[in-house]
Every structure is written in C-alpha cells, then in structure tokens.
Design a protein around this ligand. Structure first.
Ligand SMILES: [Fe+2]
Length: 237
C-alpha cells in the first residue's frame, strides 16, 4: 500500500498549486527562531528542497515557545515580507507563511494559520501528557480553525504501550479520540524514512489518519532529510 497525504493535497488546492508536492512544516525563515540563521544557508537548503520536487514551502516559525524573543503574528508577517521576494526569485519555489504554535496556556489571541488556509499547526510538550489538550484544541476550533498536531510520532503520551496478556501493544485510544474530534495529524519525513523504528505509526498511516507530511527542517546538519517527493510516492507500507 502506498502512502497518501490528503492534507498536503488540500493545502496545494487551496493555494492554486499544480501538484501536492508541498513541504508544509519548516524553520527556514532566516534568522528568526531556532532555524537557519542566515539568508545564504536558507537559500541553499530551499534550492535543495526544490530539486527534490517541492513546488511550495511553508515557513512555520515557533509561536508561543518563549525562547526566541517576542514572536507574534505581526513579527512573523513582517519577517516573511522581508525575505519572501528574494528567496522566491532565487529558488523558483512558492513560499507561504505559517507558524507552529506551542500549545501551553495562555495561547496568543492572534494565530498564524498556514498561508491562506484555515489550518493551524500546533505542538505540545513531548514527554508529559498535557491535561489541557482537548480544551486548547476546542478553543482553537471554535475560533474557526482546523487543527493539525505537528510530528505526532514524537509524543510518548500519544502512543502509550500497554500489556495485553503476554504482549506489549500500543494503546490507540487517544489517537481515536483526537480523530473523532476532527484533529489532523502531521508526520515528519525523517520518520517515514525509518518506519521500522516507529512501527506504532504503520496502522495509523494505513488508515490514512496522518494527513500531512513535512520536513520540519531547521538546519543544514539537523539529521532531518528533505522530502524526496519522487521517492515518497514509491514507499510501501
Ligand atoms: Fe517544527
């Protein structure tokens, strides 16, 4: 069975793109968050992204993470405008602005959805179950947005293990509850290239419950491969 990512396709359609070859999660807006720190490196990586088949790239700087100074909708938009034309001209890729909202209350009033869509990319603490999970998601949804949880494979609490007779199995009850509330999931491409280390994801991928894929690229040497869109269509589950 081949993997398909309907969310990337929907994002592409919303933005009038010809293909669904969209990297919708990256930290390549120069000198802004914990991603690339200069224009030259950003250009170099984005050239490579284009060569691997991407038609469009979304910049999703961290919002509400607290460690990178004052990041708001205003500062993201301003920084995006500063770089978008030069990078678009030099790489020939379509660029859109978004954010990766760290969901720890209080949540900023002004959110930054992905481009012109109503999708908001959000993340949570990795190791401890956030008790406010459903409250935060509900509040974003009633503000009129669709919610995508970033890199779902990284949350230990989302795929807990439980004993069943003599076997250890994955408990998918939280996954099911989130899906029943219309929450979308995103996986990092690096995880897809080593699925044998993430076997718990395979049933979720087979059921098409992970709608989005992104590189989450930060730096040249961050061990996160760029999405190879030519190979992605060939990976079997
Ligand atoms: Fe990210």
């Amino acid at each position: 069975m081949k993997m398909t990512f309907s969310g990337n396709l929907e994002l592409a359609e919303i933005h009038g793109l010809k293909t669904n070859q969209v990297d919708m999660h990256s930290h390549l807006l120069p000198a802004f968050d914990d991603g690339v720190q200069d224009l030259e490196t950003s250009l170099k990586i984005i050239h490579q992204i284009k060569q691997k088949g991407a038609e469009a790239l979304f910049w999703t700087p961290h919002l509400n993470l607290g460690s990178f100074g004052e990041i708001t909708k205003g500062t993201i938009t301003e920084h995006f405008r500063k770089y978008v034309d030069i990078i678009r001209q030099q790489t020939g890729i379509e660029l859109f602005c978004g954010s990766e909202l760290f969901c720890s209350p209080p949540i900023p009033e002004k959110l930054v959805p992905l481009g012109n869509s109503d999708f908001v990319l959000i993340e949570f603490p990795l190791d401890v179950y956030p008790r406010y999970l459903f409250d935060v998601i509900y509040n974003i949804q009633i503000s009129g947005y669709r919610v995508i949880i970033a890199h779902v494979e990284r949350y230990q609490w989302l795929f807990p293990k439980k004993k069943s007779f003599l076997k250890t199995i994955t408990d998918y009850s939280l996954v099911e509850e989130l899906k029943s509330k219309g929450v979308y999931f995103q996986v990092n491409y690096s995880t897809i290239t080593k699925l044998t280390l993430h076997k718990e994801l395979v049933p979720v991928l087979k059921e098409k419950k992970i709608e989005f894929i992104g590189s989450d690229k930060h730096h040249e040497r961050d061990n996160r491969p760029l999405i190879d869109f030519f190979e992605l269509n060939e990976i079997d589950l």
